[in-house]
Design a protein. Structure first.
Length: 190
């Protein structure tokens, strides 16, 4: 039987962490980590959550309960997908309007730069347990598509000139970067 302690040991080793490093990252006593890995104790509640956060995994990884497949999961998948598409379109539109609009001035471009930090930062704040790549793909795919569309529509040379003049690429790349590295930024702030 593959116990929680054994699974934690395997994940810790695969991440290249020592027990001391895991204890420090999770803010749990070293002796507690040792007892868990030796199957003397089984972590529950907050202890399990702290270990999972430190190992960057979901606590549901340790529950062997399979979720039943139902028609709700298909409906939920469709609704979630539609919401993410609309959210990406909205985020793209905001940044595009503030930088590319004919009435855009330095104030709106500064606003776009600030929004390209704060909107993704708050997304990261509410999705801290999400994998950074998954977060970037879910919430930043619109930004990535926008960059590609601008490069195709404007051409490489003209696209670079427009991006320098308007700052749109800077905003879009800044947003994607915050989505990916936001959790590290939050840890630095704390």
């Amino acid at each position: 039987m593959n116990s929680i302690g054994n699974k934690i040991f395997e994940i810790r080793k695969s991440r290249g962490l020592t027990q001391e490093e895991l204890a420090e990252l999770s803010k749990i006593n070293l002796r507690t980590i040792q007892r868990i890995e030796n199957n003397e104790n089984e972590p529950r509640g907050k202890t399990l959550d702290l270990i999972c956060d430190a190992l960057q995994i979901e606590s549901t990884y340790f529950t062997n309960k399979a979720k039943p497949k139902s028609s709700e999961s298909i409906g939920t998948f469709i609704i979630d997908g539609a919401f993410l598409i609309l959210l990406n379109l909205l985020l793209m539109s905001i940044i595009g309007f503030l930088t590319l609009d004919s009435n855009a001035n330095i104030n709106s471009r500064i606003g776009a730069l600030l929004l390209s930090f704060f909107i993704p930062f708050f997304i990261v704040l509410f999705t801290q347990k999400m994998n950074p790549l998954e977060r970037m793909l879910k919430f930043g795919s619109g930004f990535l598509v926008y960059i590609v569309i601008l490069m195709i529509a404007q051409g490489l040379k003209e696209g670079l000139l427009v991006s320098i003049r308007t700052g749109i690429y800077l905003c879009l790349i800044f947003s994607v970067g915050v989505l990916y590295y936001g959790k590290t930024l939050i840890k630095l702030i704390k």
